[in-house]
Design a protein around this ligand. Structure first.
Ligand code: NAD
Length: 480
């Protein structure tokens, strides 16, 4: 019968990890989960053996074979030099979508938002998390924000497909495209394009700041929310916390080939080994995994039995409250209570249903690669210059004009300071000089410009080429 079993890679983790993993697997198996575990070691012990990624090379073999990772939380040792295992796993396995359902369980678990049922779909691979950071001058550091069309298409299509499979009604996009017109502007545009292919959903876009405020105040107004990596990182924790507790939320990290499922909380080392921890977050991560591996029937049994347990007031210490809770239990007893309710449904909380979920459509058909005509028209050259006098610097830069390139403007941290700057504008040692050609420009002209800058002892720290794409500017115009 072993051939019926789906192989999954399991890491028992650190701190409370082994206890909540044992509890979760016990419940899932009691519900008839058809899984075969391969255990790998990750986390603290591996880090302390000197593997700075926290995962042994042999563990990757298992992950690449099973393509499904059920992961308990790990402890990242204090001190520098240790790479985040989560970031490494997401990037290495291409897990581009992070899905976090944030649900309140009123009146059984205290919350200010009784009707909350929000799913955050967070882009997981790009944005400011590419880790491309530089110190460019004495005073200025830079982190590169990269938003790609394929990355945006993948995550936004995933959000709509998720909404379709899970009978959701509305998909909302959060972005900051009023300020970041190109990066967040692309994300918003792709949301509108792909959204048009899903006419059955209500669609809306919020600027992330006011959207976040609205979500924290009135989460019932949202359903599925899709966002870039940084906004999603921050707001998925906010959403989980206001739903009742970060200890109750599970999360899925989905890629084209592999997927990873976990709780959103950490390894809670102070609670380790005391049979105290709440296994619910990891268990609900396991429910997402069961749906993913094609066992929605088992996922439904587990989830409904869990809801019934919560409703029956059988609670671990972290959610126990005199009055509403009936029985304070440890990790093992909680697992037994859920296992004993397999086959039951909640009576007041809304029961879940996964069995009829339609299969996901091909999520990755991309429109990319239309072959826009790309023309080089100028260059932004960045300089380290210590004197804070824009007039003087502008005049020096004008001496670099020639060979078809001409200084157009100088700015400091994005504010134009030459020509016709304001003396009030504060300037750092990090300057951008925009040189434009009269029509198309060659790479050789730019190299020659930089050569003239070097000979004039001007310290150029980087350049960004200015292109048009089918005649549209691929750069934010000065003063916009
Ligand atoms: P934490 O989530 O481990 O704990 C925060 C608080 O919540 C603590 O009071 C803890 O006791 C409580 N708590 C968390 N999960 C609980 C549960 N299941 N049941 C009952 N109580 C629970 O966060 P932290 O203390 O900031 O981090 C501890 C360690 O976990 C650190 O080494 C951190 O790097 C790591 N961490 C790992 C992950 C991961 O592996 N995905 C995520 C976050 C933090």
């Amino acid at each position: 019968m072993a051939s019926n079993l789906v192989p999954i890679t399991v890491a028992h983790g650190d701190g409370i990890g082994p206890e909540i993993m044992a509890a979760s697997l016990h419940i899932m198996k009691a519900a008839g989960a058809r899984i075969q575990e391969e255990t790998i070691e990750i986390g603290e012990k591996v880090y302390l053996r000197g593997v700075n990624s926290g995962i042994e090379p042999s563990a990757w073999e298992s992950l690449r074979r099973t393509q499904v990772f059920f992961k308990a939380p790990i402890t990242t040792p204090q001190g520098g030099g240790f790479k985040s295992l989560n970031v490494t796993t997401r990037k290495t396995l291409g897990l581009y979508a992070n899905v976090r359902p944030c649900v309140s369980y009123h009146p059984y678990i205290q919350t200010k938002h009784p009707g909350m049922d929000v799913v955050i779909v967070r882009e997981n691979e790009e944005d400011l998390y590419a880790g491309i950071e530089h110190r460019q001058t004495e005073e200025v550091y830079q982190c590169l924000k990269l938003i790609s069309r394929p990355g945006s298409e993948k995550i936004i299509r995933y959000a709509f497909e998720y909404a379709r499979r899970n009978n959701r009604k509305k998909v909302t996009c959060f972005s900051k495209d009023n300020i970041m017109k190109f990066t967040d502007g692309l994300f918003h545009k792709v949301f509108d394009e792909i959204g048009a292919e899903y006419p059955e959903f209500e669609k809306e876009h919020w600027i992330v700041d006011i959207g976040a405020a609205k979500m924290a105040d009135t989460p019932e107004a949202f359903d599925v929310i899709v966002m870039e990596n940084l906004y999603g990182d921050i707001l998925s924790d906010v959403a989980a916390q206001i739903a009742g507790s970060v200890g109750l939320a599970g999360s899925a990290n989905i890629g084209e080939h592999c997927a990873m499922f976990e709780a959103i909380h950490g390894s809670a080392p102070r609670r380790a080994g005391q049979n105290m921890a709440n296994p619910s977050g990891l268990l609900l991560g396991g429910v997402l995994m069961l749906v993913h591996i094609g066992q929605p029937d088992v996922a439904e049994l587990v989830h409904n039995a869990w809801l019934r347990t919560i409703e029956d007031g059988v609670h671990t210490y972290d959610i126990f409250k005199e009055g509403t809770s009936k029985q304070k239990v440890g990790t093992k007893e909680f697992a037994e209570a859920v296992a004993a309710r397999i086959g039951q449904k909640p009576q007041n909380l809304k029961a879940v249903s996964y069995s009829k979920a339609p299969k996901q459509n091909a999520a990755h058909t991309m429109k990319t690669g239309a072959g826009a005509k790309k023309v080089l028209v100028g260059v932004d050259a960045f300089f380290d210059w210590k004197q804070r006098n824009p007039e003087e610097f502008g005049k020096k830069l004008e001496q670099l004009n020639g060979d078809g390139l001409k200084l157009f403007a100088v700015s400091n941290r994005g504010t134009k300071v030459y020509p016709e700057g304001f003396t009030e504008t504060f300037c750092t040692d990090h300057w951008r000089a925009r040189f434009m050609g009269n029509g198309a420009v060659s790479h050789a002209q730019i190299v020659a410009l930089l050569d003239r800058a070097g000979k004039a002892n001007l310290d150029f720290i980087k350049i960004e080429n200015l292109y048009t794409f089918d005649g549209q500017k691929g750069f934010v115009a000065e003063g916009e």
